[in-house]
Design a protein around this ligand. Structure first.
Ligand code: HPA
Length: 263
C-alpha cells in the first residue's frame, strides 16, 4: 500500500475502491481501522479521521495510532482532506485550498511519537510541513478538473471542538492564517516524523466566525460538504495515478524510525 487517504469531515467512505477489506491494526498507541481497496489496480488505503459516523471529536482523534498504522502498512504518501473555515473573503465556500503552512493553537493533544525514554527525543524540522510535490500534483489535477483551486494556504489549527470567537479569528488573520480547522496538527507533524509525504486538500465550507454575517454551525459545514464533497473525492482519487514513484521532496529524509517500527 503506497498511498492512503485520510478522510475528514464529510468524507467517510473511500468512494470508488474495489475489493474492500477492513484492517484492524494494533499499534503501541491503540487500535486503528484502515480500509484497504484497489483503485485502477493499485492498492489504496482509507481512514476516516473521525471514525464511523463522525464519532470522535478533533482533540480526541488518535492521530499517533492512525499514522503509525499507515506507516506499518508501507504507506509512503498520505492525502488528507479537511473541512475548513475561511479567514479571507476571496476563499469562498466550495473552494479547495492546498495547504502549505500551519499555525498551531492546539493545547491538549499528544504531539509526537518521541516522548523520551526508549523512544528518545527529537526536534522535527517542519519548515515546509506539507509535501510540496504532492501539493502540486493535487493542485494540477484540481485545475484540470475545473475546480476552484488555491495553491498554498496557512491552516490555523484550533483546539475545538467549539468554533472560534470573532476575536480569535481576527487575531489569526493578523498572524497570517488563511483557513481554520481542528485537525491538521498534529497529523501533519506525525506524518513528517514518520518520514511520509503528507498533503491536505482543505475544502472551504464556511466563512469563519465574524468574517461574514452568517452564523457558523456544524450543519452548515456538513451541507457544503454534501454539496461539494463529490468534487473533493474525485480530486483525491484521480490524483493517485499521477503520483510517481520518485520523490522530489525531502519528506522521507526528514523522518525518523518510529518507536516499534523500522523505517
Ligand atoms: N472553524 C474551525 N473548524 C472548521 C471550521 C471553522 O470555521 N469550518 C470547518 N471546520
Amino acid at each position: 500500500m503506497r498511498v492512503a487517504i485520510i478522510g475528514g469531515t464529510g468524507v467517510y467512505d473511500p468512494g470508488i475502491l474495489d475489493n474492500i477489506k477492513e484492517l484492524d491494526i494494533k499499534t503501541p498507541y491503540g487500535d486503528a481501522l484502515v480500509i484497504s481497496g484497489t483503485y485502477n489496480g493499485e492498492e489504496v488505503g482509507f481512514m476516516a479521521r473521525h471514525g464511523r459516523g463522525h464519532s470522535v471529536p478533533p482533540h480526541l482523534v488518535n492521530y499517533r495510532a492512525n499514522i503509525w498504522a499507515l506507516k506499518s502498512l508501507g504507506v509512503k504518501r498520505i492525502i488528507a482532506t479537511a473541512a475548513v473555515g475561511s479567514l479571507r473573503e476571496e476563499l469562498v465556500p466550495g473552494d479547495m485550498v492546498m495547504l502549505d503552512q500551519f499555525l498551531d493553537f492546539t493545547k491538549v493533544r499528544p504531539v509526537t511519537f518521541f516522548e523520551g525514554g526508549e523512544a528518545g527525543v527529537i526536534h522535527q524540522n517542519v519548515t515546509e510541513p506539507y509535501c510540496p510535490q504532492l501539493r502540486q500534483i493535487l493542485y494540477d489535477k484540481g485545475r484540470e478538473l475545473g475546480l476552484s483551486m488555491h495553491n498554498g494556504g496557512c491552516y490555523v489549527t484550533a483546539e475545538g471542538p467549539r468554533f472560534e470567537t470573532a476575536a480569535e479569528i481576527k487575531a489569526y488573520r493578523i498572524l497570517g492564517g488563511d483557513v481554520v480547522g481542528m485537525t491538521s496538527v498534529p497529523e501533519v507533524v506525525l506524518a513528517r516524523e514518520a518520514g511520509m509525504c503528507y498533503s491536505t486538500v482543505g475544502m472551504v465550507t464556511n466563512y469563519a466566525a465574524g468574517v461574514s454575517t452568517n452564523v457558523v454551525s456544524h450543519e452548515e459545514v456538513l451541507e457544503i460538504m454534501a454539496e461539494h464533497g463529490k468534487n473533493l473525492k474525485e480530486l483525491v482519487m484521480s490524483a493517485i495515478p499521477n503520483i510517481p514513484a520518485e520523490h522530489h521532496c525531502s519528506c522521507v529524509e526528514l523522518g525518523y524510525d518510529l518507536p516499534g517500527l523500522s523505517k
